[in-house]
Design a protein around this ligand. Structure first.
Ligand SMILES: [Zn+2]
Ligand SMILES: [Zn+2]
Ligand SMILES: [Zn+2]
Length: 190
């Protein structure tokens, strides 16, 4: 069948057995994708620090919010890095690459694991969402910061159009955020 493999002195039957063994590995069977855009099975607790780590590939993802949002037929397309929100987010890119590679197979077998509504508790609109790259306090991070190559801090939220820009546009929100940061920086740890 495979003329390219004929070039190797390998056994086709052994290859098939190996393939079946890999398919039975529970790590391979978890098809859930985290909101950070990477497979849930790539999230592990670091033995030394006790902290959760997401390692989709050779790079480390700063994910701080392990939250399965979609189940997919094949997790291998979810290895991108987040470079911002929306189109620049690893989750959007993973879905895009899957659809491109698998076509209908993806559409027929993938399913959302969360209700598709805005995650702002004051909104909850069941509308089109945007994976928004946020900081620890849930404020949107913008990718255009010249001082920082990778501003992803590991907090993604699904927000609607009305909610995703609110902190950026409103002066009260900016002031509130500055106040919160000031308090956090001056607070004495207990
Ligand atoms: Zn994650
Ligand atoms: Zn991740
Ligand atoms: Zn909203």
């Amino acid at each position: 069948m495979s003329s390219f493999l004929d070039a190797f002195d390998v056994d086709q039957q052994k290859l098939e057995l190996l393939d079946k063994a890999i398919a039975q590995d529970p790590r391979q069977n978890d098809k859930r994708i985290c909101i950070c855009g990477h497979s849930i099975s790539r999230h592990k607790i670091n033995e030394y620090t006790g902290k959760m780590e997401c390692r989709p590939a050779r790079f480390k993802c700063p994910c701080q919010r392990k939250h399965p949002v979609i189940e997919v037929p094949n997790t291998k397309y979810f290895l991108s890095r987040t470079a911002g929100s929306g189109e620049k987010h690893a989750l959007t890119r993973g879905i895009y690459l899957s659809q491109k590679a698998l076509g209908e197979e993806f559409d027929n077998n993938a399913k959302w694991l969360v209700e598709m509504q805005c995650e702002n508790p004051a909104c909850k609109a069941p509308t089109k969402l945007y994976p928004v790259m946020c900081d620890f306090d849930g404020y949107r991070l913008y990718e255009k910061r010249p001082d920082n190559e990778n501003p992803d801090q590991g907090y993604t939220w699904f927000l609607c159009e009305a909610c995703r820009e609110v902190y950026h546009d409103s002066e009260e929100a900016t002031a509130a955020k500055q106040q919160a940061l000031k308090m956090r920086n001056t607070a004495t740890p207990n």
